[in-house]
Ligand binder design. Structure first.
Ligand SMILES: [Zn+2]
Length: 849
C-alpha cells in the first residue's frame, strides 16, 4: 500500500487528479492537502475515501506531519492568477508567487523521506524569452524565463534536481479543458470557449498568429499518474504537450461550435510569435494521449451555453445508443439532473398512484415492466388543461415541478423512481411531495375502459401525443338545459411512430355518439350539391347502367343516394345507425338499414354491389378493419369502394384542429390509408383531393389485384413525404402551433365583446364544440343560431351556450360564424341580420382591429 499525497488538491489539476485516484482509493492511501477549504469538494473527497487536510505549504510542521511517510507527492501548489505580460506585474504579487513557488517547494522537499517520488508540473512559459519562433523545443534546451512565474519554475526545477530525491518534472503546454475549479478559466482555449458559450467577441491580438503548445487537463493528470506508477522512470524531465496550434485556429474551432460569435483581429505587438514543445521523449515512454482540443472546446461550449428549457410539462423518452446482440439489449437514459435515491415500485393493474406534485424537483420514472396512463396538469397556470398519455415498458417519463400528476396502471407494473434529495417511505417529504387529487376512482375506471393503446392501422403500441385539447364533451351530444353537465373525455391526438397513422387517445362507445344523431347532412346546400356532382361523376367513371346496385355506408338521411334515385337508379341501399335519420330516409323512399355495418348487418343487406360509398364515416368507427372487410364482402369483384374522408394534410397545413372530436377516432393520410388497405388485400387505385369539411380525400379502392393504379396515388404519396408526414417532428410542430392559437383567440374575443357588446354565434357544428371548449369561450357568446331545427332549443355541451332559431335574432351586434367552412354562404344568405360577420377562424390570426 502506497501513501500518495496530492498537495494543492482543490486546484485545477488537483481536482482532476483526485478524481482519477478515487477509482482505487481502497488500494492506496490517498491524502489531499490544500490551503483552501471548499465544502462541496471536501465532502466529495470524503465520499471518494480521500483524506483531506487544510494547511499552508509555508507551515513546515504541517507538511512534515503529512509527508514524512509519503511514497509519492504530487506537488501542484502554486499561485495561479499570475501575470502573463510585464505591465500587469506588481512587486507584491511577485513576492507571493516567488515565496509560494520557491519556499513552498523547498519545504516539501525538506518534508519528504528519501525514497519518496515527487511529481512536479513545470511550464512551457520558461521559454518565453526567445525572440524568434522556436518549434519543437526539446527538454535539453536552455530555459529563458522573464517574468517571476517562469523564473520561479526554473528555480524549482533546479532545486528539485539538486536534491537526491526521485523526481519527475513535467513541463506542461497550455492546459485546457472543462473543470469545476474556477481558477483557470482564463487559459486561452477555456477563455475562448467561455466567450463562445455566451456568443461574445473573441479578440485576437496581432491577428492570433502566436503559436502555442496545448494539452488537455485530463491527459495531464493521466500523465502524472502514469509517472507515479512507472517505477522505471526516475529523475527525468518531460515536455507534456499535445497539439501545436495558433491562437487564431483555436478561435476558429470555437466558431465552429458557436457560429454566432464575432472574432476581432487587432494588429498590436505580442512579445514573440510563440514556441512549441516536442513531446517525442514523453511518447517514447509509452504514454498515450487520449483527448483532443476540438472535443474539449465542444464540451466546454456545450456545458456553458444556455439551452432553451424543454417546456413540456411532462415528456417521455426511450433510452438511446441502443446496443443489441444475442445476449439482449442495452440502452442509455440521460437524466436532466443528478439523482441520489432510487425507489423500486411495484403496482398492480387497476391501481392508482401519485395524485400529487413536487414543488421543487422533477419526477423521473423509468417503467421497467407493464403500462400506465399518466394524467397531468400544470398547477402554476390556472387555464391549464388536464392531459393524458400512455407510458409503455422502457419509457422514461419526466414531470416538471408543480405539475400535478397521477398514474393509472393498466397492467401489473414495475417502475424505478429516480430522485434527487429527500425521500421518505411515507412518500410525503417536507418539500419533496405534496398531495393533489387529480384523478378519482371513477375517472380511473373510465380511462382504463376507453383508452386506446395500439395503432388502428398497424397494431404498434408506439403512440406519441401530438396535441391535447383537454377533457371535452361529445361534440354532437347537445344538452337539453342550461345547467346540464356533459360527460367529459380526453380529446387528444396521437401519432403512431411506426406508420404515422393519427388517432385519438380514447375510443368512446359508438352508441353514446350515434344513437340519436342530430347532424342532418341535407340541411346544407353545399353538401347536397357535392353529392349531386359525385353521383354524376361515378355514373360516368364506372359507366353505371340504370340497374347498377349502389350502397352507401353511414348514409345519414340519404343525401348521397337521393341524386341516384332522382336519375332513375332504383337499386340503392343505405346503412345508417341513427334511428331518426334512417327513418327519415326510408320515408323518402331511400331504402335504409338501421344499424352499424358489421357481420350481423350484412346478413340483412344484399351483396354484389357495383359501388359501395362511405363518406365521412371511415374516420368514425374504432373497428375499421371489420367495417372495411364488410365493405369488401358487399362489392362484386369488379366493383369499387369509394371513401371520402377528412384529409390529415389539410388539418395540419390549415391548423383545422376543430376537425378533431370524439366521433372522428381516426385522421387519415393517404400513406396510412394505403397501408391499411394493402393489409386487407385491397388496392387504392385512384385518389382525389376534394373540398368538403375543409379538405378531404376521395379514395377509390378495389379488391381486384390487377386493377390499374393511376399516377395520382404515387403523386400524392410524394406530396405527403415532401410535407414531412413521415416525420414525427411535423406532428409535434402542429401540436405546438395549435397550443399557441389559444392566447390570440381569447384576446380577440374580448376585443369583439368590447366593440360590439353582443356576439351571436352562427351554426353549431361539432367542430364548434371542440373550438369553444378548447378556447374556453362561453359567456362571451349570447346565443347561437342554427338552421338545423333538431338543434334549436338545445345547448352546446361543455360551454352551455343556447342554440336558437334564426327568427329569434334581436340585436345586430356581430355574428361570429362558427360553421366557418360555410362562411361565404352564411354571410350571403343572411345579410339582413347584421353588417358584421366575422369568421371564427380569423380570431386565430393576429390581433383584430
Ligand atoms: Zn401504426
Amino acid at each position: 500500500m502506497k501513501k500518495i499525497v496530492i498537495v494543492g488538491a482543490l486546484g485545477y489539476l488537483g481536482t482532476e487528479l483526485c478524481k482519477i485516484y478515487s477509482g482505487e482509493s481502497w488500494l492506496n492511501k490517498i491524502v489531499a492537502i490544500d490551503s483552501r477549504f471548499v465544502s462541496e469538494r471536501v465532502s466529495q473527497l470524503k465520499d471518494w475515501n480521500i483524506e483531506f487536510f487544510q494547511g499552508q505549504i509555508f507551515d513546515l510542521d504541517f507538511l512534515k506531519k503529512h509527508l514524512k511517510d509519503a511514497d509519492i507527492v504530487h506537488h501542484l501548489a502554486g499561485v495561479t492568477d499570475v501575470a502573463y505580460v510585464k505591465k500587469e506585474t506588481s512587486s507584491e504579487l511577485d513576492e507571493k508567487i516567488r515565496a509560494t513557488a520557491i519556499d513552498g517547494t523547498n519545504n516539501i522537499l525538506n518534508s519528504i523521506p528519501e525514497k519518496c517520488k515527487i511529481i512536479f508540473p513545470s511550464t512551457h512559459v520558461i521559454f518565453e524569452g526567445y525572440k524568434e519562433t522556436k518549434l519543437d523545443i526539446a527538454e535539453i534546451e536552455k530555459p529563458k524565463p522573464i517574468l517571476i512565474y517562469s523564473s520561479s519554475k526554473v528555480q524549482n526545477e533546479e532545486d528539485i534536481r539538486k536534491t537526491n530525491k526521485n523526481y519527475i518534472i513535467l513541463r506542461l503546454g497550455s492546459v485546457y479543458g472543462y473543470s469545476l475549479d474556477t481558477m483557470r478559466i482564463n487559459i486561452m482555449p477555456n477563455l475562448f470557449s467561455k466567450i463562445a458559450s455566451q456568443n461574445g467577441t473573441i479578440q485576437l491580438f496581432s491577428g492570433g498568429k502566436q503559436i502555442k503548445s496545448l494539452v488537455s487537463l485530463i491527459d495531464v493528470v493521466r500523465c502524472m499518474k502514469f509517472m507515479e506508477e512507472n517505477d522505471k522512470i526516475k529523475k527525468e524531465t518531460f515536455n507534456l504537450a499535445k497539439e501545436s496550434v495558433t491562437v487564431k485556429q483555436v478561435a476558429e474551432m470555437c466558431k465552429k461550435y458557436s457560429p454566432n460569435i464575432s472574432i476581432e483581429v487587432t494588429d498590436d505587438e505580442t512579445p514573440n510569435l510563440g514556441y512549441t514543445l516536442s513531446n517525442k521523449k514523453l511518447l517514447s515512454t509509452g504514454f498515450k494521449f487520449l483527448h483532443n482540443l476540438d472535443n474539449s472546446i465542444k464540451e466546454m461550449i456545450e456545458k456553458w451555453s444556455y439551452e432553451k428549457f424543454d417546456n413540456s410539462l411532462e415528456y417521455v423518452f426511450k433510452g438511446k445508443n441502443e446496443f443489441v446482440d444475442e445476449r439482449g439489449k442495452i440502452s442509455n437514459y440521460e437524466l436532466p439532473e443528478p439523482i441520489n435515491l432510487i425507489g423500486y415500485i411495484e403496482s398492480k393493474k387497476g391501481t392508482i398512484r401519485a395524485n400529487h406534485f413536487h414543488p421543487i424537483q422533477e419526477q423521473k420514472c423509468l417503467l421497467v415492466k407493464g403500462q400506465f396512463i399518466s394524467i397531468y396538469k400544470d398547477l402554476l397556470n390556472k387555464n391549464s388543461i388536464k392531459v393524458t398519455h400512455v407510458v409503455n415498458e422502457g419509457d422514461m417519463i419526466v414531470t416538471k415541478p408543480n405539475v400535478a400528476h397521477t398514474m393509472v396502471f393498466t397492467k401489473d407494473s414495475i417502475f424505478l423512481n429516480l430522485v434527487r434529495g429527500e425521500r421518505e417511505h411515507k412518500n410525503y417529504g417536507i418539500t419533496h411531495t405534496l398531495p393533489h387529487k387529480l384523478v378519482n376512482e371513477a375517472e380511473r375506471d373510465l380511462l382504463s375502459h376507453i383508452y386506446k393503446f395500439d395503432c388502428r392501422c398497424c397494431g404498434s403500441n408506439k403512440l406519441k401525443r401530438v396535441l391535447s385539447l383537454g377533457y371535452q364533451p361529445l361534440a354532437n351530444n347537445l344538452l337539453d338545459n342550461k345547467n346540464q353537465k356533459a360527460e367529459l373525455y380526453p380529446l387528444e391526438l396521437n401519432v403512431c411512430e411506426k406508420c404515422f397513422n393519427c388517432q385519438l387517445s380514447v375510443v368512446i362507445d359508438s352508441d353514446k355518439m350515434f344513437k340519436n344523431y342530430l347532424y342532418q347532412s341535407s340541411t346544407t346546400e353545399t353538401f347536397r350539391n357535392h353529392f349531386k356532382e359525385s353521383c354524376k361523376k361515378y355514373i360516368n367513371k364506372f359507366n353505371l347502367k340504370k340497374d347498377a346496385y349502389i350502397i352507401d355506408i353511414g348514409s345519414n338521411d340519404g343525401i348521397a343516394l337521393k341524386p341516384f334515385l332522382d336519375l332513375g337508379y332504383k337499386n340503392i341501399q343505405g346503412v345508417e345507425p341513427a334511428k331518426n335519420l334512417s327513418d327519415l330516409a326510408n320515408m323518402n323512399n331511400i331504402k335504409t338499414y338501421n344499424g352499424y355495418l358489421n357481420n350481423e348487418a350484412i346478413k340483412n343487406i344484399k351483396g354484389n354491389a357495383d359501388l359501395v360509398l362511405a363518406s365521412n364515416v371511415f374516420a368514425h368507427a374504432d373497428d375499421l378493419k371489420s367495417m372495411a372487410e364488410c365493405m369488401k364482402k358487399l362489392i362484386k369483384d369488379e366493383g369499387s369502394i369509394v371513401i371520402e374522408v377528412q384529409y390529415l394534410l389539410n388539418t395540419l397545413t390549415d391548423l383545422t384542429f376543430d376537425n378533431i372530436y370524439h366521433e372522428h377516432t381516426n385522421y387519415w393520410s393517404l400513406t396510412a390509408l394505403e397501408m391499411f388497405f394493402n393489409n386487407l388485400g385491397c388496392k387504392i387505385f385512384d385518389v382525389e383531393r376534394i373540398n368538403t369539411h375543409g379538405g378531404s380525400l376521395r379514395v377509390y379502392v378495389s379488391k381486384n389485384p390487377n386493377v390499374k393504379i393511376e399516377k395520382s396515388v404515387s403523386q400524392l404519396i410524394q406530396i405527403e413525404k415532401d410535407y414531412g408526414l413521415n416525420n414525427l417532428k411535423t406532428y409535434f410542430k402542429f401540436g405546438k402551433n395549435i397550443e399557441n392559437l389559444k392566447e390570440k383567440v381569447v384576446n380577440n374575443i374580448q376585443f369583439l365583446k368590447t366593440k360590439y357588446k353582443s356576439i351571436i354565434g352562427y351554426g353549431a357544428p361539432a367542430k364548434s364544440t371542440t373550438s369553444l371548449n378548447f378556447f374556453k369561450i362561453s359567456s362571451e357568446i349570447d346565443y347561437i343560431i342554427e338552421d338545423n331545427k333538431f338543434k334549436v332549443g338545445k345547448y352546446v355541451p361543455g360551454v352551455n351556450i343556447e342554440i336558437k332559431n334564426k327568427n329569434e335574432i334581436k340585436n345586430n351586434g356581430c355574428i361570429l360564424v362558427l360553421a366557418w367552412n360555410f362562411f361565404k354562404d352564411i354571410k350571403k344568405n343572411n345579410n339582413s341580420l347584421s353588417k358584421n360577420f366575422i369568421n371564427i377562424k380569423d380570431l386565430e390570426k393576429e390581433k383584430l382591429s
